[in-house]
Write a protein that binds this ligand. Structure first.
Ligand SMILES: *Cc1c(COP(=O)(O)O)cnc(C)c1O
Length: 872
């Protein structure tokens, strides 16, 4: 354990700030001084020429052709859609960079408090369409591109997704960056630039197979490499303990090796504003100095091997959603990323020549899940070991800077690091964690004396073999606010994983920030026709920045003409999805059937298994019908999509079962168009943009208390799709907003789960009879070799049905029957659909981000002044 004596503040030497400035980078004052050295005419010339290019049709077409002939070095008529995309992307990029420069230049001058959003995942998807729409240039670019002989949609579809995320958490970060830019908040994201994003999923023989995501193969126009920003990051080594000239114990970490962090900036333009924010992604590179050491010792192979190890850090995104991998490389990623980001943040702060005590008034850092929790330890280390602050002064700064978002209560998702592995990689950080823990537990002991059990439960260190570091506890202790992501979830974390912490800190530290989605991407961009109808109906497009304006659509519910237009757009979107299904799955589906969709990561708690079991039940029911009975069956197309973590065996069996059921059902002449089942491979953001606008009903059916919020539920309802769901996550708040007549709710409640599980475990509750029939059909070999599914079926029997599929099955069947009945009345259904969209204002990420800004970050918007365009 570390030396637990805190340095006393009065004994600590406080060097004046300018002596501590060992960073490069000019302050605005210094920049002005540089400018003064140039001749007046030269300054004028630069100022004139560095203005933005104009946005008229001719200038834009010229810039596209310029990029074709020079940047791409291609002949004008020797081009495919992809090279057209590259040229349009480069032209768009020029405009993005101009805005980025303008924004960042003005921000440096104003030097307001900023928020830094630390997220190991940013699931951005495609950039071009979104950038053009946000900058208000989609129309002129489309016209320019069409005149040059290309179809804008084909050009847009040539872009590959930036898929640097697993699912909801990464997409949330992307939506929040859009809202922060749109609302003019001074905000930067920090993440990692993985060479390989989430794997590509292909279905072979019904099974998921994973392929590497070569997203950088064709260059990435949406980033600005900052090869000059290179930050050394240390690993391993030992800690030197010395007495300084004042007799204070000092700790100095001497890392055994180091790598470089190189910055890549991804501009994020706001909608309807000049403001353009930044996501800075770090890439790992070998440290040259370190290479040379081995090289000079004549060990060429070792130096190359070390270089490869360094590059490996940002090589691949871990493909787990809501499960903890515990791999050493993942811990390296987390430290590499948080250390580089903090160095960068502190460098920017130092330019302002303020005192360290002002740091929390200039900097807010939001931790997206526990992944960046090491930033807490790193800031404490830098302030104490390098900036020579006292422990208490430093800790006060740290806790006023950080806030933490919890995303899950699932035990398998809780991040823990084994102490021996951690010590080997980060010896000084381990000492600091032990000290943080010691001082924290001393205070707990003072408040609640003589409660060993309590200290054990709250400790940052879990006493196991070997000891484990509980990252969630560290994140709570090092932050001033902790939030859940939907009302139910924020309540649950206070009652379960953070219960003791609420007793200790009080209620005020634990708040709710219900997730949101950006209406720009998820309605305006993904559903352009519905967006146009809404704007026409409301008389303006203010709803795009103020989503509660959608309430104005409520007035149109009784207007039959309006409903007809509304339904016609839904049908066109279903046709578009039917085409995608034909191309990707080779299955013909009728756009007149009810489209029933479940797309999200495959996980037992999300219960895709229950969905496919019900599909089998429905299939068996239809098979048992007479022709006359069949005539009244509501035709359905059941669409699944989503990736399973490559090591998640049970989730992968669910995919196999879905595909086997699809193979049987889709070929069965006794069923025909009454039931179709498809699994759309490689679900990602751009596939979601086609699927979301095309749903009649979507499924959000997690076991109550397991889905923290969900965000795809919001996307579907915003697009006029109804949902069938459990009382879980944000479904509950969606119900409150849109009304219980416009949502199909079933299943047990979160506070019933414990008793139900207990009953199933100890009282041998019989399986639901309909479910039993379905299981028997699988076991008879109706859908491929039944041996394949034995482990999956065992989760219901041997595993005592932990996710309560049997308990919820009867009410799930009933809810599905209500869906069929309601869909029969198309006029009533259209009314429900309109009411859904009209009442989704709350779920804009603009609302969410404003709440964070006002109640957690204490930051204000600052608008960018348009500095004008280059004169022709
Ligand atoms: C929105 C989104 C998610 C999150 O879906 P949930 O149903 O909320 O889990 C996952 N993946 C992609 C590609 C998304 O766009």
């Amino acid at each position: 354990m570390a030396d637990s004596k805190k340095p006393e503040s009065h004994t600590v030497p406080r060097r004046p700030m300018h002596h501590r400035r060992n960073f490069t980078g000019l302050t605005t004052k210094e920049l002005d001084a540089e400018k003064a050295k140039w001749p007046k005419e030269t300054v004028q010339l630069w100022e004139q020429l560095s203005k933005k290019e104009a946005n008229d049709l001719h200038t834009i077409q010229k810039s596209i052709v310029h990029h074709v002939t020079t940047t791409l070095a291609r002949a004008a008529y020797n081009m495919d859609n992809f090279s057209a995309y590259q040229a349009v992307a480069l032209s768009t990029r020029d405009r993005l960079i101009s805005r980025w420069n303008e924004t960042q230049g003005q921000l440096s001058k104003a030097d307001p408090k900023r928020v830094y959003y630390l997220s190991l995942e940013f699931l951005l998807g495609r950039s071009m369409d979104n950038a053009l729409l946000n900058m208000g240039l989609k129309g002129v670019y489309s016209q320019g591109v069409e005149q040059l002989g290309f179809n804008m949609e084909d050009v847009i579809e040539s872009e590959v997704d930036a898929a640097l995320g697993n699912g909801g958490l990464g997409r949330l970060a992307a939506c929040y960056m859009d809202s922060l830019a749109t609302l003019d908040y001074p905000a930067w994201g920090y993440g990692l630039r993985y060479n390989y994003g989430i794997f590509q999923q292909r279905i072979v023989d019904g099974y998921q197979t994973e392929y590497p995501d070569y997203w950088l193969n064709f260059d990435n126009p949406w980033e600005l490499p900052r090869l000059d920003i290179s930050i050394p990051i240390g690993f391993g080594g030992h800690v030197q303990t010395t007495q300084d000239e004042y007799g204070v114990t000092r700790h100095n970490w001497i890392p055994a090796n180091s790598v470089q962090a190189i910055a890549y900036d991804v501009p994020i333009p706001g909608y309807g504003t000049e403001n353009c924010n930044n996501i800075r992604l770090w890439r790992s590179k070998p440290t040259r100095v370190f290479d040379l050491t081995s090289f000079n010792e004549g060990n060429y192979e070792k130096s190359v091997e070390d270089a490869t190890q360094a590059e490996k850090i940002t090589s691949v995104l871990y493909p787990n959603d809501n499960t903890m991998a515990g791999k050493e490389l993942r811990l390296k990623q987390q430290y590499f990323w948080t250390a580089a980001s903090l160095y960068d943040i502190m460098r920017r702060f130092k330019k302002s020549m303020r005192e360290w005590s002002d740091f929390p008034d200039q900097v807010a850092i939001q931790l997206n899940d526990t992944h960046p929790t090491l930033a807490i330890v790193e800031l404490q280390r830098l302030l104490v070991d390098e900036e020579m602050l006292s422990w208490d002064d430093a800790w006060d700064i740290v806790t006023r800077t950080f806030a933490f978002t919890n995303h899950t209560v699932l035990p398998e998702a809780m991040e823990k690091w084994s102490v021996p592995m951690f010590e080997y990689l980060l010896p000084r950080h381990l000492q600091i964690i032990f000290d943080i823990n010691l001082f924290f537990l001393q205070k707990v002991e003072k408040k609640f004396p003589n409660d060993r059990g309590l200290l054990n439960r709250m400790s940052i260190i879990e006493e196991a073999q070997p000891q484990q570091i509980r990252m969630a506890h560290l994140a709570v202790v090092g932050s001033h606010k902790v939030n859940g992501v939907a009302a139910l979830h924020s309540d649950l974390i206070k009652k379960t994983i953070f219960h003791d912490f609420v007793d200790y800190y009080g209620e005020e530290k634990f708040v709710n920030k219900t997730n949101g989605i950006t209406p720009r991407r998820w309605l305006h961009q993904a559903n352009p026709q519905l967006s146009a109808l809404i704007t026409e109906t409301l008389g303006n497009d203010r709803w795009l920045k103020e989503l509660s304006q959608l309430r104005g659509l409520d007035k149109k519910v009784e207007n039959a003409e309006f409903r007809k237009k509304w339904t016609a757009i839904k049908r066109l979107n279903k046709v578009r999805l039917a085409e995608l299904i034909k191309t990707r799955c080779d299955v013909e589906v009728s756009p007149d059937a009810l489209f029933d969709i479940q797309v999200k990561r495959i996980h037992e708690y999300k219960r895709q298994f229950m969905n496919i079991l019900y599909v089998i039940h429905r299939y068996r029911t239809i098979k048992s019908m007479t022709a006359a009975q069949k005539a009244s069956v509501q035709p359905r197309v059941v669409v699944f999509g989503g990736k399973a973590a490559p090591g998640y065996y049970i989730a992968k069996l669910v995919i196999k079962l879905i595909n086997s059921v699809a193979a049987v059902v889709n070929q069965d002449p006794a069923v025909g168009d009454l039931l179709k089942v498809v699994f759309v491979p490689d679900y990602n953001v751009s596939v979601a943009e086609i699927i979301v606008p095309a749903s009649d009903i979507s499924q959000h059916i997690s076991t109550a208390g397991t889905e923290a919020s969900g965000t795809s539920n919001m996307k579907f309802v915003l697009n006029g799709g109804l949902i069938i769901g459990t009382m879980d996550g944000a479904n509950i708040e969606i119900l409150e907003e849109i009304g219980e007549d416009n949502i199909f709710i079933f299943g047990c409640l979160a506070d019933e789960v414990e008793d139900l599980r207990h009953a199933q475990r100890y009282r041998n509750v019989p399986m639901d009879p309909a479910l039993q029939g379905v299981i028997s059909a699988i076991e008879r070999g109706t859908f491929d070799d039944p041996k394949i599914y034995q482990p999956l079926i065992s989760t219901l029997t041997v595993g005592k049905d932990f996710y309560l599929i049997s308990a919820d099955f009867a009410s799930y069947i009933a809810a599905n029957q209500q869906v069929d009945a309601a869909y029969k009345d198309q006029e009533e259904w259209a009314k429900k659909s309109i009411r859904c969209t009209a009442n989704m204002g709350k779920f804009s990420s603009d609302r969410a981000v404003k709440e964070y800004a006002d109640q957690i970050w204490n930051i204000k918007p600052i608008s960018v002044v348009d500095e004008g365009y280059l004169q022709a």
